[in-house]
Design a protein around this ligand. Structure first.
Ligand SMILES: Nc1ncnc2c1ncn2[C@@H]1O[C@H](COP(=O)(O)OP(=O)(O)O)[C@@H](O)[C@H]1O
Ligand SMILES: [Mg+2]
Length: 217
């Protein structure tokens, strides 16, 4: 079963910086279980915590601007914590299955010069044990729509950022890379028959299933 073992939310409504469970690079946190319970008095941000997942799910299903304007969210300015000018950030630490290595997905959303929310940065990494590298293995790294994708396990060379990476550019700054790249068949590294595909469509679909939760608080 796919599980979220930890997450961090920053600058999202009442949640200035909240981390739960186990995160990348932190030995201390205990992984969340499927029965994690959130308790707190009214107004502390329980529903907000759930909508953080709902928001990421909507970003994956549509785009960040549409997700900001959906439902009761009221747009980016109302979603960013009051008196904060930093981006809204999410970090999700999850496993596709118990026998698979954990993945960290990081997302930062900010306002552009025209006051429209856009994807500031995105990173997808897998934490593989016994690898030559002590750093997590990257699949995708994007800043303002530009960055690199890495081909996958077969292509690991002597350095983390070796020739297996390929530059990518996302044309729509409101779309998530893992959504866009999941459908970008023409990119040589992403062709299914090349057998080197990191299959961003798989990451997107897996993450979407994980973040679709019901708020009953
Ligand atoms: N942009 C924002 N910045 C800071 N706080 C906010 C923002 N938007 C809403 N809040 C606060 O979030 C709280 C509501 O959180 P909510 O998740 O509904 O709480 P709960 O579900 O625990 O009752 C309110 O106190 C509200 O003032
Ligand atoms: Mg509530």
């Amino acid at each position: 079963m796919a599980t979220i073992e930890g997450f961090r939310v920053q600058n999202f409504r009442a949640l200035r910086d909240v981390a739960l469970g186990k995160l990348s690079g932190e030995q201390a946190g205990e992984p969340l279980t499927p029965f994690t319970v959130v308790i707190g008095k009214n107004g502390v941000g329980k529903s907000t915590l759930f909508d953080a997942f709902g928001f990421v799910a909507d970003c994956l299903a549509t785009d960040v601007e549409t997700a900001c304007d959906m439902k009761q969210r009221g747009g980016f300015e109302r979603m960013r914590s009051k008196s904060v000018t930093e981006p809204i950030r999410f970090e999700i630490y999850y496993r596709e299955a118990q026998n698979e290595y954990p993945i960290t997905y990081e997302l930062a959303i900010d306002l552009d010069a025209n006051g429209r929310p856009f994807v500031l940065s995105e990173m997808l990494r897998q934490h593989r044990k016994n690898q030559k590298y002590d750093r997590p293995y990257p699949f995708l790294r994007l800043e303002r729509g530009k960055g690199s994708v890495w081909a996958g396990e077969e292509a690991i060379g002597d350095s983390e950022e070796d020739s297996a990476s390929s530059p990518v550019e996302i044309t729509d700054p409101h779309e998530l890379g893992i959504s866009t790249l999941g459908t970008l068949k023409e990119h040589p590294l992403l062709e299914p028959d090349r057998n080197v595909s990191p299959s961003f469509g798989k990451f997107r679909d897996g993450l979407r299933r994980l973040v679709m939760m019901e708020d009953d608080l």
